[in-house]
Write a protein that binds this ligand. Structure first.
Ligand SMILES: C[S@@+](CC[C@H](N)C(=O)[O-])C[C@H]1O[C@@H](n2cnc3c(N)ncnc32)[C@H](O)[C@@H]1O
Length: 289
């Protein structure tokens, strides 16, 4: 599932004043840590204009009241996040980085975990599932027959229920698999009426849960992981939220666990205890204390 950050056109007459934008972005930040810069006013305005129409509201003040003081606040937050998050993703996104996972991190983990043979991986902003299913395919092809001896748990979480529902179907339009290597496509997908269904064995390796990365207490219930992927979501957070999220990952990583982040993201200035894997394109960090 892909959406772009480009300015969509809207036919709605609902426009947002600067004061309404400031109030709304504060609500969004307080709830989810997502920071909307001034230049992104059009995103909130255009993506929520249809919602105002559905609710038959005349303006964003009415919507703000509904969102913050109405009896359906929690439901509306969910509805809003379904609409305002950027869910762009793809299978095998950033292959050089995924090669580091498959060819360096995974073999090392198989050695160090060879006694209890359990591997826990968290795709922490999994969008519509392409990222965690890709990791499952990589593990499946790397382990081969040895997979039967291992307990592999891949958790995909996201704040948006809409993308999680799509992920759980494991069914993707042709557009979503356009960049997938034909051998991988043939091995792990089944074409059905123009859609592509993920192999049931791959699906059984992945489960999905809703999680707001701001909610560190809720995240604790998922326990410790050997690898955490958090790609292409830190860019939407400010320094304070990024620090909080990275600290949470540090707490939830096993002692020698690895964190993968997006290629345009960094841990610079965050004063966290991670050592970068010194490989170009890795964007990966090993917990070092
Ligand atoms: C651009 S997608 C990245 C998907 C995937 N990690 C990738 O790199 O292809 C960002 C995802 O982060 C999710 N997200 C944004 N804020 C979040 C938060 N506070 N907690 C959890 N997920 C969040 C969005 O819903 C969206 O699906």
């Amino acid at each position: 599932m892909t959406t772009t950050g480009a300015a969509p056109t809207t036919t709605s007459s609902h426009s947002m004043t600067q004061a309404q934008f400031d109030k709304l972005r504060k609500v969004v930040y307080d709830r989810a840590g997502i920071h909307f810069q001034d230049s992104k006013k059009y995103v909130l305005e255009s993506r929520l204009a249809r919602r105002l129409e559905e609710l038959e509201f005349d303006n964003f003040d009415q919507y703000l009241l509904f969102l913050t003081a109405g009896p359906f606040q929690m439901d509306e937050f969910q509805e809003m996040f379904n609409r305002i998050t950027i869910n762009e993703t793809s299978f095998f996104r950033n292959e050089p980085q995924l090669d580091v996972f498959e060819k360096q991190v995974l073999p090392r983990l198989m050695e160090t975990r060879s006694t209890h043979k359990t591997l826990r991986i968290w795709s922490s902003a999994s969008s519509s599932g392409e990222e965690p299913y890709t990791l499952a395919m990589q593990i499946h092809r790397s382990l081969g027959v040895r997979l039967a001896d291992w307990r592999i748990e891949i958790l995909g979480t996201d704040i948006s229920e809409k993308v999680l529902l799509a992920a759980q179907t494991g069914k993707y339009p042709a557009y979503s698999v356009r960049g997938v290597n034909p051998m991988v496509l043939q091995r792990y997908f089944k074409e059905e009426d123009g859609s592509y269904q993920i192999d049931p064995q791959i699906m059984s390796m992945v489960r999905f849960e809703k999680l707001n990365l701001k909610d560190r207490i809720a995240a604790k219930r998922f326990g410790q992981f050997d690898v955490i992927f958090c790609r292409n979501v830190l860019i939407y957070f400010d320094d304070e939220m990024r620090k909080s999220v990275i600290e949470m990952f540090h707490n939830q990583l096993a002692q020698d666990g690895t964190l993968f982040i997006g290629h345009s993201e960094s841990l610079r200035n965050l004063d966290v205890k991670f050592e970068p894997i010194p490989v170009p394109q890795a964007f990966a960090y090993v917990k070092n204390a």
